[in-house]
Each structure stands twice: as structure tokens, then as C-alpha cells.
Design a protein around this ligand. Structure first.
Ligand SMILES: Nc1ncnc2c1ncn2[C@@H]1O[C@H](COP(=O)(O)OP(=O)(O)OP(=O)(O)O)[C@@H](O)[C@H]1O
Ligand SMILES: [Mg+2]
Length: 265
């Protein structure tokens, strides 16, 4: 007797889902390995190019047109290097190969550095930055370069995703043994659909894709990984499109870590 065509059993469906998941995971791993390799290969020639341009600056170019071209090339090369370095960082984080050089450091120092780094961009776009930093030291156990990178990314986003002439507010306070840093802007904001996804690698909202001078969508994924590697957390808030955004970073203060029980150094 002929059997009617059977629905696949639960076990068969589960096996099929597993098979597809494995294919996806493999593809994802291949893509991320390819990106890491690509970033690595791109990075190699960029170092000597930048050094060459810097050497020309030291020697001095007599022709002012050549000198301004050299400066333009130096700035653009610097930008390329930052981009490629961030791609390399994403690959390192994905493969757990990032190493932090932690030391007791002041949150304020990293913020001051980050403000310095983003000063030109903020000025270029005509934004006004207000900073509210208490005078107390607020020591954390952190890698100063990486903590600065976190705030450079957040300030860059605030500047990038605000129409020119916007207001950006950076404030720091101490709460429950943590340093709490907020970066607030009054820019294009983040829709409710995009909000849960913005920390994913390579995610960019539709609004951001229309913004010129945008990036690759890796800044926030790095921010989250770096903050978490420091035992902290980061969250984003926005009331939606056109309503501005706020990013809150919480970092455990030195000597008040959650994983207490270790001997303090
Ligand atoms: N302050 C902000 N205001 C509005 N949207 C934001 C803000 N910060 C981030 N976003 C949204 O989150 C997305 C991801 O941000 P992320 O910093 O990871 O990437 P990116 O800025 O696009 O590129 P890059 O890799 O150069 O940082 C952005 O594309 C944008 O859609
Ligand atoms: Mg960004």
C-alpha cells in the first residue's frame, strides 16, 4: 500500500536546522578570516607611506602647492590607517586575540585625549561640545589607549550623526562604585528597530547609510567589546528618529571591582 508523503519529523527538522546553522557559522568564520587577512595586507604598505610623507614634512617641500598636497595625503593616509586598524581590532576581538595593557588610570585623562582627537571633526561640523567632569580622580584599572578609543568612537558618532551646529554633551559621574560616562547628542537619533542592533558588527542604520562620511559600522561593536573586556557595560538610548541619542558607559572603579575576593595589587 502507498504511504502518503510524510511530513518531516521533529528530529529531521532539528537536524536540518543544525546543518544550516553549521553552514552559516562556517561562512561567517571564513568571511571574518578573509577580512582579517585583507586588513593585514592593506595595513603593511600604509606604514611606510605615512613615514615617507612625514619625512617629506621634516625635510620640507619648497613648493607650497606640493606641501599642501603632501599634508592632504598625510591626513588621508592617517584616516586609512585608522580604518584598517579598526578592522584588525574587530578581527582580534572576534578571535579573542586582543590584549589589554591594564594599569591604574584616570577616566578623565582618557576623556581629555579623546576630546583632543575628535576636536577637528567637532569643529569642522560646527558642533558645540560641553564637558561636565568632576575634579575627583576616578581611577579605573584600564588600558588607556583602548579606553580613549571607546570615547573617540562615541564622540565621533555624536558628531557624525548630528546635523551641523549641534550640541554634544559629555558628562562623568560616580555611581555605585562605577565611573559613569554619558555622551549625549541632539542629532538624528536611532529608531526603535535599529536600537537593539547598533552594537552588532557592520550594522548601519538606513539613516546612517545616507549620511556622507559614514564608516563601516564597526565602531560600536568595538566599543562594546572593549568596555566589556574592562568589566563594564555600555547602553544606548534614543527616543527615535530626530530625537538625539545618548550612550552610557559604566566602568568599575579601581578597588571596587565586582569580582572582589582577589588580593588588591
Ligand atoms: N550618536 C548616534 N546617533 C545616531 N545614530 C547612531 C549614533 N551612533 C551610532 N549610530 C548608529 O549606529 C550605527 C553603528 O555605529 P558604529 O559606530 O558601529 O558604525 P559607523 O559609525 O557607521 O562606522 P564606524 O565603523 O566608522 O564607527 C551607525 O551606522 C548609526 O546608524
Ligand atoms: Mg562610528
Amino acid at each position: 500500500m502507498m504511504q502518503p508523503a510524510q511530513e518531516p519529523s521533529r528530529a529531521q527538522l532539528a537536524a536540518e536546522v543544525k546543518r544550516l546553522e553549521d553552514i552559516l557559522a562556517l561562512e561567517r568564520r571564513r568571511t571574518s578570516e578573509f577580512l582579517a587577512q585583507l586588513a593585514h595586507e592593506l595595513r603593511n604598505p600604509l606604514g611606510p607611506i605615512l613615514s615617507g610623507l612625514e619625512a617629506m614634512q621634516i625635510v620640507g617641500l619648497k613648493d607650497p602647492t606640493l606641501e599642501s598636497l603632501r599634508e592632504l595625503m598625510r591626513r588621508q593616509t592617517g584616516q586609512l590607517i585608522r580604518l584598517v586598524d579598526e578592522l584588525l581590532d574587530v578581527a582580534r576581538v572576534t578571535h579573542g586575540r586582543i590584549t589589554l595593557e591594564k594599569q591604574p588610570m584616570r577616566v578623565a585623562d582618557a576623556l581629555t585625549e579623546a576630546i583632543q582627537t575628535t576636536r577637528d571633526l567637532i569643529a569642522e561640523r560646527g558642533h558645540q561640545l560641553t564637558v561636565d567632569m568632576p575634579s575627583e580622580p576616578m581611577l579605573i584599572e584600564g588600558d588607556p589607549v583602548r579606553i580613549e578609543q571607546v570615547f573617540v568612537n562615541l564622540l565621533t558618532n555624536a558628531a557624525r550623526y548630528s546635523p551641523s551646529g549641534g550640541r554634544i554633551r559629555l558628562s562623568v559621574s560616580r555611581r555605585d562604585g562605577e565611573a559613569v560616562v554619558t555622551v549625549h547628542d541632539e542629532g538624528q537619533g536611532i529608531s526603535a528597530e535599529a536600537l537593539p542592533r547598533i552594537f552588532e558588527p557592520f550594522f548601519r542604520s538606513e539613516a546612517a547609510q545616507e549620511t556622507s562620511g559614514g564608516g563601516l559600522g564597526i565602531g560600536l561593536s568595538l566599543v562594546r567589546s572593549l568596555v566589556e573586556l574592562h568589566g563594564g557595560r555600555v547602553e544606548a538610548m534614543s527616543d527615535g528618529h530626530g530625537k538625539g541619542s545618548e550612550f552610557i558607559v559604566k566602568l568599575p572603579l579601581a578597588g571596587k571591582r565586582r569580582d572582589e575576593g582577589r588580593e588588591p595589587r
